[in-house]
Design a protein around this ligand. Structure first.
Ligand code: BV8
Ligand code: ZN
Length: 246
């Protein structure tokens, strides 16, 4: 593909690269994308409705069960060649950063140094009352589609919640500020497996384009980010990304 060669050239000459990722980069590891993470008990729910403070207030066992199930799925899978190619791009670029919407730890396990998690992580539970961090539950793996009572905080016995950003909640300020700054200063922004539908995250590729960065999109489907992508690579992360670093 001519575009792949062009993208590889632009990437190899870049001094400052931002890699922006969504659920699509983890799909080939066996992690359901956000909208596909609703099976069994949860399939009658809308992910956007489940991932809210209101849902946790109304039915904490339902929501905690969903997150614990997603965490066990992540534990069982491995980074794919897409995650590995991103770590390779970082290793050979003078300055680079991964900005992810994903709450999994597959970038870290692939060797990426300090990805910025805009929407938090499944591995940083905290107390919903006093906000102190809580231990990541070990023990028995919840089976798919089961309610599970959230643990209690050892400080104030409030309910422990997942360390993710729910709809209607603000993103972590420092992380968002750093992400916008990196997008402003980059030569190239590579957006991978992001539907570009959730805000303010979806602004990041647009900021890069606004400040003169080249946006390269890797996605099998068209997205609203097509509008800012100088190079569009229609394919999957694990097949396309290795060819960009070959
Ligand atoms: C849906 C949208 C309309 N709504 C929002 O954006 C809302 C509201 C809003 C704010 N500003 C707006 C402006 C306009 C419109 C709406 C809004 N935003 C918020 O509520 C945000 C918070 C948003 C964050 C929510 N949390 C998540 N995740 C953590 C939890 C959890 O994971 O459970 S969002 C979650 O969904 C998003 C899913 O998107 P993708 O990752 O892109 O995944 P998706 O499944 O959609 O698509 C997958 C893509 O991959 C592609 N693909 C598939 N396979 C592959 C493959 N193999 N390879 C490559 N690509 C592939 C597919 O083609 C597809 O394109 C991710 O961001 C993910 O993190 N907070 C807030 O605004 O707070 C205010 C505020 C401000 C100050 C003070 C107080 C309050
Ligand atoms: Zn507490």
């Amino acid at each position: 593909m001519v575009e792949v060669r062009e993208a590889a050239k632009v990437l190899s000459q870049a001094r400052r690269v931002v890699v922006f990722t969504g659920a699509g980069i983890s799909a080939e590891s066996g992690v359901p994308t956000f909208r596909d993470a609703l099976t069994g008990l949860w399939e009658r729910f809308d992910a956007q409705a489940l991932a809210t403070p209101q849902a946790f207030q109304d039915d904490p066992d339902l929501v905690w069960g969903w997150y614990e199930w997603r965490r066990t799925v992540i534990r069982r899978v491995h980074p794919n060649p897409g995650h590995e190619a991103v770590a390779a791009i970082e290793a050979r670029t003078p300055r680079s950063v991964v900005i992810t919407q994903n709450v999994d730890d597959l970038h870290e396990r692939a060797g990426s140094a300090g990805p910025l998690h805009l929407h938090g992580s499944l591995f940083e539970p905290r107390c919903a009352s006093c906000a102190r961090s809580a231990p990541v539950p070990g023990g028995e793996e919840p089976s798919e589609g089961r309610r599970l009572a959230p643990p209690r905080c050892e400080h104030c016995s409030g309910p422990v919640r997942p360390g993710v950003v729910w709809f209607g909640e603000a993103l972590p300020e420092q992380i968002l500020e750093t992400a916008v700054q990196e997008a402003t200063d980059c030569d190239v922004l590579l957006t991978i497996g992001a539907s570009g539908l959730v805000y303010p995250a979806a602004e990041i590729p647009k900021v890069a384009a606004m400040f003169g960065g080249t946006v390269i999109q890797v996605n099998p489907q068209p997205t609203p980010l097509d509008a800012v992508a100088g190079i569009n690579l229609h394919g999957t992360a694990a097949t396309i990304l290795p060819t960009l670093v070959a």
